[in-house]
Every structure is written in C-alpha cells, then in structure tokens.
Design a protein around this ligand. Structure first.
Ligand SMILES: Nc1ncnc2c1ncn2[C@@H]1O[C@H](COP(=O)(O)OP(=O)(O)OP(=O)(O)O)[C@@H](O)[C@H]1O
Length: 262
C-alpha cells in the first residue's frame, strides 16, 4: 500500500468530499540558479495526490526556493513541473501557502480574514458559510468576531491556515508555518494540522527545520543538500501518530544523520 493510501485507510475521519480535488505533482530535472548561484541542481520528484511530504535540510540548501517553484511564485531555470490528478491527467495548479508569519489584515475580524482567501468571486452568504466551515476545521469558531490583535500566536496561525483552506485547494504548501510558536503550542498545532489534512484530503508539502515535526506529520521526508535530494525517506505509519513512538525516533535519527553527514 502506498503511503498516501495508508493515510487514507485511517478510518476515523471522512476524507470523501475532499480527496477528489487533491493534486499530485511531478518535477523533472528542475534546476534554479540566481546568477552564478546554482541553488537547485536537478530535482526529480513525484508527489502523490493526497500525500504529505516534508522537506528538510540545512539553511540555504534550497527548501524555500523549491517551494516557491512548486507554487508558481518563481520559475525554474531548467526542467519542468506538472500538477496532475493521479490518473494521468494534467490539472491546473490550485495551490495555497501558509507562511511562518500569519500575515492577517489587522483591520478585519477573523471571519473576514478567512473570507479574503476566497478572492472576490463568491456570494456574500456563501463566502461566510465556507469561512465558518474552515474556522470550524481549525477549532476557532468561537473567535470569528475577534480582531487579530485579540488572538494568541497559535490562534493567529490557525486563522492563516483557515484562510489558505477556505477555497478547498488541492495542494497546500507550508513554509515553516509553526516556526514562530512555542514548543507546546507547536505540538498542538501539529496535531491540528494532521487532523485537517486527513479531514480535507489535500496534498501537503511542508518545509521545516524540525525533524521531529517532519516525521510526525509526513508520509515521506525529503532531505535536500546543496540543491539535490540526498535522501527520500518514507514514514510508513498511520495517523494520528504519537510523539513517543520509538519507530519514529529511529527514522528521526536516520534523517538527522543524513542532514549532518554523520
Ligand atoms: N530571490 C533570490 N535572489 C537571489 N538569491 C536567492 C533568492 N532566493 C533565494 N536565493 C538564494 O538561494 C539559496 C537558497 O535559499 P532558500 O531560501 O531556498 O534556502 P532555505 O533552504 O529555504 O534556507 P533557510 O532554511 O535558511 O530558510 C540561498 O543561497 C539564497 O541566498
């Protein structure tokens, strides 16, 4: 069973309405240079629809550059990438991103901040309903009328997650989304992120510096080194995962050794 199918086999959460829109992605010999600086040096990567992939590696190895290319925010110098539906059909990119900083509008309340994620082509009532569903997914329904300044850091980041999810994207990029949170909030956000991913069924690509977080959330962890894939490590365990699982710790050790070159 593939990792994505293994995740889908978890019975407790219904993915039915969302898995149909999950997008897969193929990258073929993707390279990126900034002047003489060769940042990505030939990335071949297949990401299955509905899977959760984490990208880790030392600072400056090209993680954010790769994520920007996946999202179409930057173009590769060479190579190609293609979103697909898992059945051989190309699909238009339908991707959203969550950054380390929540980037909320300070003059809009929580509900309106989430509605922003829909763009302008929705009826008002429809938009409010979709935003309420997204807030429910991140367990923030009670705060819909609050201002961003009234929220904790973790709550602000949950609003940012709801804003990214409100349009039900098939592909979600996460660029260190939990990096600014304290350790305990971070752990509870990891649990929430895992639940939301299983509930909504999008494809997730997470850039993180936290190896334990990568192993806790992802089906597969990619170690980048100097713009190349050094290790492509499956994490073949069903969700939800316990942080204390010794098998996860073993994979974590393997990943750390790859990053540090031990
Ligand atoms: N717009 C840009 N113009 C020039 N160089 C860039 C640009 N964006 C990234 N780089 C360079 O690309 C390299 C990789 O940067 P990137 O942000 O992808 O690394 P990273 O692995 O995400 O690092 P970190 O973990 O520190 O966030 C760095 O040498 C950086 O200076």
């Amino acid at each position: 069973m593939s990792n994505a199918n293994l995740a889908r086999a978890v019975p407790s959460i219904n993915r039915a309405d969302s898995a149909r829109s999950a997008a897969g992605l193929n990258l073929s010999r993707v390279e990126k240079s900034f002047g003489p600086n060769r940042v990505l040096r030939g990335i071949d990567l297949e990401i299955e629809p509905g899977s959760f992939v984490a990208i880790i590696g030392k600072s400056g190895c090209g993680k954010s550059t790769l994520l920007r290319i996946l999202l179409g925010l930057d173009t590769p110098t060479n190579g190609r990438l293609e979103f697909h539906d898992g059945e051989g059909n190309s699909v238009a990119p339908d991707a959203r991103i969550v950054f380390q900083e929540p980037r909320l509008l300070p003059w809009a309340n929580v509900l309106d901040n989430v509605i922003v994620g829909l763009g302008s082509d929705h009826q008002k009532d429809d938009a409010r309903e979709l935003a309420r569903q997204a807030l429910h997914s991140v367990e923030l329904s009670a705060k819909e009328g609050d201002w961003p300044s009234q929220l904790s850091g973790g709550q602000r980041q949950r609003v940012a997650l709801a804003r990214a999810l409100v349009s039900r994207p098939g592909f979600l990029a996460l660029d260190e989304p939990l990096g600014a949170l304290d350790a305990l909030t971070r752990i509870s956000m990891q649990r929430l992120l895992s639940e939301v991913w299983r509930e909504r069924g999008f494809t997730a690509v997470l850039v993180t510096h936290d190896v334990a977080e990568a192993v806790h959330l992802a089906d597969r962890v990619i170690v980048l080194e100097e713009g190349r894939i050094k290790l492509d490590q499956p994490v073949p365990f069903a969700h939800p995962r316990r942080h204390s699982n010794p098998e996860l710790a073993e994979i974590e050790g393997r990943l750390l050794a790859a990053i540090l070159g031990d």
